[in-house]
Design a protein around this ligand. Sequence first.
Ligand code: CDT
Length: 308
Amino acid sequence: MSRIVHVAAAQVGPVERESPRAEVLDRLIALLTEGAARGADVVVFPELALTPFFPRWFLEGDELESFYEDEVPGPSTKPLFEEARRLGVGVSLGYAERDGAHHYNTQVLVGKDGQVVAKYRKVHLPGHEEHEPWRPFQHLERRYFERGDGFHVSRAFGGVVGMAICNDRRWPETYRVLSLQGAELILIGYNTPIHYAPDPGQDRLAGFHNNLVMAAGAYQNGCWVVGVAKAGIEGGVPGLAESQIIAPSGEVVAKTVTEGDEVIVAACDLDLCDNYRKTLFDFDRYRLPEHYGLITSQRGVVPPPEAS
Ligand code: CDT
C-alpha cells in the first residue's frame, strides 16, 4: 500500500514594504483555500512569507523589530491557522521569529488539527553582518538572525518530515542530516535574489542551481523535496520563482510557471523513498563513514608544497 501525501507548494509573489500584514494574510489564505480545494494535506509557504525579504535593507530599531513575530500561530496569523484547521489541512510557514531578545529565521509546521508539530530555525545564514553600501541591495541575514540548533525531523502526515530554509538547500549536509534521521519529505521555503553581488557571473545560473541542489538532495537521499519561492520583483529586487516538488528520483513532478501567487500540488508517495534507500542509497550497507578517510567535523589540510 502506498503512503500518499498531497503536498501544495504555495508560491507567494512580491510582498511590498508597505503591505499591511492583514493583506498579506488574505493572500496566504487564498492560496491555502486553493491548496485545500485541490486536495492538499499540507500547504507549504515560503521563507519570510508574512513580510518582504527585509534583510535586503539596512534597518535599525522599531522599523526592524516590526518585521518579527513573537508567536506563531499568534494574534496576527490566527486567521490563517484557524482556516487551515477548519479545512483540515496542515501548514508550513516561514516567518521572522522574536524569542525575547533572540531573533531567528524560522519555519513552523502545523498539523491538520492546528497543533504545532515542529519549529525549525535556519542554520545556514548567508550574506553579511555589516551595512555594505557598495551593494545594490543588502543581504543582512547574519546581522538580523541567530543560527538555529540544527536539523530535526518529526512524524507528520503519515511520514517523517524535515524542514530547511533557503540557503540551507545549497548544502548537502542539510539533506543528509535530515535523511539520516529518516526524513521522507523535506519542506524548504526560499527568497533567492537573482543578482549575486559578490559574483554576478552566477546570476544567469540562479534557476539551474536552484534545481541542481534540490534535485541532488532528493536523489542522493531518497526523499521528496518541496521548494517554495517568494518570487518576483520585490522592493525593486528580482527574486527567483521556479517553486518545485521533486521526487526521490530527482525528477521534478510539479513546477510553478509564474512569478506571482501560485499553487502547485503533487501526490507524494512516501514509499518511493525506499526504492532508493533500500537499493542504491542503502546507507547501512554502502555508506560507511569509517571508510571515507576523513570523518570528523574538521577539514583536511593539504600540506604546503615543499619550498624549492
Ligand atoms: N534567503 C536566502 O538564504 N537566500 C540565499 C541568497 C544567497 S546570496 C547571499 C540563497 O541561498 O538563495
